[in-house]
Design a protein around this ligand. Structure first.
Ligand code: GLN
Length: 536
């Protein structure tokens, strides 16, 4: 029987529920359990695909093409197991389904209400992944903070589900903040007490408290938290600020979070967790023998969460190369022809990021021209790849108005064009080219040297594509297409022949980089940046 762990958050948002959920999952997986994590978000958007990255950070895309919360990226990076559409559910999706059922007459004339219809649908979705029998344990992270109006139906669904599942088949972990008041020189437990009280009002008693803190929890504080929140003292878990999120599984292991959870679920904790590979990775991450500076040129640079998976991809690739990767976020809009050399000074490699819309386009083109002409390693992702095609068209092929149809629908040289199947789309949500597609790599290219094989699969999220009418012209001038979609012929990777490292993909390799499998494009790009630095 599948067991369920629910993770709720109290006191404030941004405590890192996703990392705690992923860390616990990692420990359980390392003990031999089959685990998955799902996230339930209380907002009304059907998915985060239509959200500006400034709202919730990057939109993560799964193999099956779901546009999801960025926490799913952490789940995959920690567990190295793909997630799917079913792993991320929003209030919007719940209501959409219930309202559609109502229109179809499925409720047989009944009044459709939050209780029981919305909560029933939440419970159904919470157990969907469990139906396959594929998992021993399903961890469900509830977005938002306990006490928020919009979280209520989810907490009520958890209450009902716990009752239905019966004793020892579920547990609730409440993540809370234990703030330190410098003036008083004390850690304070009151916010946690209040937040647990709120949960109790809804009929949910947490089994385990994970306490975010900047200072160690004394025995006395632990006792106080246990006593006033009705939990066992060994169920008070300290989660102290860590230097890297990848330390958190080991910190949770020290605090016995996994053991306590397994005991409560009446599951064996005899197998010691096998964390050998994880520790190897951490060892390399923390003991770099060199350092490189990478510029990330993009338009959402004020909020690094907008590029979460790229940042993590560099951490994985850095560890593989035993090299510290220092990423500088550069606002594309600020890069001009005049200042580009100054802006990119000291950079060993440049990445041009994914994105939408015209803002910052010229800055990206200036950066690409500079690295192309100065033999600085370049890595383009999605819009970054499209920009490299525009730049080459304008400055090498002499197509002065070369552009993407997205930026200029009237250009006489749409080197990046709207995809055929996108032409009649009016609905913006969930209609891009999304999810995993096969790609065939040409032998003898840099892409082939990087991947070491001809058949790969990568995840996509875009509406525009390389315009194949221009392919011959580009290839004759030295920008070649090294990866294609085998069914449609769409160009998926471009690279420059006469350049130490100039590779750009229409897909998002960052979405597939994990601790266990750092992405080869990131690994090779960091290696190229390192080689560039050494040659200086
Ligand atoms: N805006 C571009 C497109 O839709 C690129 C998207 C992206 O970078 N993810 O094709």
């Amino acid at each position: 029987m599948t067991k369920y762990i629910f993770v709720t958050g109290g006191v404030t948002s941004s405590l890192g529920k996703g990392i705690i959920a992923a860390s616990l999952a990692k420990l359980l997986q390392a003990r031999g359990y089959k685990v998955t994590i799902q996230k339930f978000d209380p907002y009304i958007n059907i998915d985060p695909g239509t959200l500006n990255p400034y709202e919730h950070g990057e939109c993560y895309v799964t193999e099956d093409g779901a546009e999801t919360d960025l926490d799913l990226g952490h789940y995959e990076r920690f567990l190295n197991v793909p997630t799917s559409q079913a792993n991320n559910v929003t209030t919007g999706r719940i209501y959409q389904h219930v309202i559609q059922q109502e229109r179809e007459g499925a409720y047989l004339g009944k009044t459709v209400q939050v209780i029981p219809h919305i909560t029933d649908e939440i419970k159904r979705r919470m157990q969907l992944l469990g139906e396959s029998g594929e998992y021993d344990i399903i961890i469900t992270e509830l977005g938002g903070t306990v006490g928020d109006i919009e979280s209520l139906p989810f907490v009520e669904a958890v209450r009902q589900l716990r009752w239905e599942l019966g004793a020892n088949n579920s547990l609730v972990i409440h993540l809370t903040l234990v703030p330190y008041l410098a003036a008083a020189g004390e850690l304070k437990t009151k916010p946690t007490q209040h937040s647990v009280k709120t949960l109790l009002e809804y009929g949910v008693q947490p089994d385990i408290l994970v306490c975010r803190t900047e200072h160690k929890l004394s025995q006395e504080i632990r006792k106080k938290l246990a006593q006033f929140c009705n939990v066992n003292i060994n169920a008070v878990v300290e989660s102290i600020d860590a230097s890297t999120i990848y330390d958190v599984p080991l910190l949770m292991l020290k605090e016995n979070l996994d053991k306590t959870a397994l005991t409560k679920l009446k599951l064996s904790n005899k197998n010691e967790p096998d964390l050998e590979n994880w520790k190897n990775f951490l060892g390399k991450l923390k003991n770099p023998t060199s350092e490189v500076c990478i510029a990330l040129v993009g338009k959402y640079v004020e909020l690094p969460d907008a590029y979460k998976s790229i940042t993590e991809g560099f951490i994985h690739a850095g560890a593989t190369n035993e090299c510290k990767v220092k990423v500088s976020y550069i606002a594309a809009e600020s890069v001009t022809k005049e200042n580009v050399a100054e802006k990119l000074k000291g950079m060993d490699g440049v990445l041009v990021a994914p994105g939408f819309g015209e803002r910052g386009l010229d800055g990206k083109l200036n950066a690409i021209q500079y690295v192309r002409e100065n033999n600085i390693p370049f890595f383009g992702i999605c819009l970054g790849m499209q920009c490299s095609v525009i730049e080459f068209g304008r400055n090498v092929l002499g197509l002065k108005d070369a552009n993407s149809f997205e930026m200029d629908a009237d250009t006489s040289n749409p080197v990046i064009n709207l995809m055929e199947e996108q032409k009649n789309i009016t609905n913006m949500g969930g209609t891009m080219r999304l999810g995993a597609y096969d790609c065939e790599i040409k032998k003898g290219t840099k892409a082939f040297a990087i991947y070491g094989k001809t058949k790969i699969s990568e995840r996509h999220r875009h509406r525009y594509e390389f315009n194949n009418d221009y392919l011959k012209q580009y290839e004759a001038a030295g920008m070649i297409a090294s990866g294609f979609n085998p069914e449609t012929g769409l160009v998926e990777i471009v690279e420059l022949k006469n350049h130490p490292f100039f590779v750009a993909g229409q897909f998002h390799p960052e979405l597939k980089s994990t601790v266990a499998n750092p992405h080869p494009l990131f690994v090779s790009f960091v290696a190229a940046a390192l080689a560039n630095k050494k040659s200086k």
